[in-house]
Design a protein around this ligand. Sequence first.
Ligand SMILES: [Zn+2]
Length: 260
Amino acid sequence: MAKHRGRGWHSRLVAAALGVTAMAAATSVWTAQADTAGGRQPEARVSAPDARHQDRAVTKVAEDIAHASDRGARGVNITIDDGPDPTWTPQVLQLLKDNGVKATFCMVGTQAQAYPDLVKAVVAGGHRLCNHTVSHDTAMDKKSEAYQSQQILDAERMITKASGGVRPQYYRAPGGAFTPYSRHLAASRGMRPLGWNVDTKDFERPGADVMVATVKREISDGPTVLFHDAGGDRSQTLAALREILPWLRQQGYSFGFPVR
Ligand SMILES: [Zn+2]
């Protein structure tokens, strides 16, 4: 099923990428929002003095959706979405630490803003940050480019502020609702668009055993596995992680980060 969804996204992205109108509109938005003439317009969009300082460290990354692991063919990328959450994130962090696993946390901007200490704890644990927009609108691919820009750039600022200056290195659209425009914008800000290969569907609470079986069955499809640390009772997620992380290591997998 994950594969089908993957192809679906790709088809949509290709179709949208062929839309010259969309690209022209993107250019006009940048032009309208740039506060200075000339230069690279995406950088000009963020004009606060502190942001200018941060921008020196921003390096553009590839715009296509990453799935691969920096640990190669036997690498696994554990990704944890929708937090941070005061109940579940500390437990997930402890479990990852117990298993010697570094993960990628796709954070919602308002959650990061509400729980900056948890964002800092994630960074201190050696994990990476991913921008999951301000308000997790899974229909944002149907919305205006100005809206998509606000959702991505405001979340970037919220997460970076909460972390104490550590920037998100990835961008994952809520529900996979990427557009060519949002991928381009995120990549221009150093955030690699990030997909997934294995959906544990932990959000639907199918039972930890079902989630474990899903990972065992589908990990050969690709290395990036999706879990959540917010949005309700995540005790099944914890139980599944407790079982699947040692299993993956026993199978010869190592844990890494998505490529950038
Ligand atoms: Zn999400």
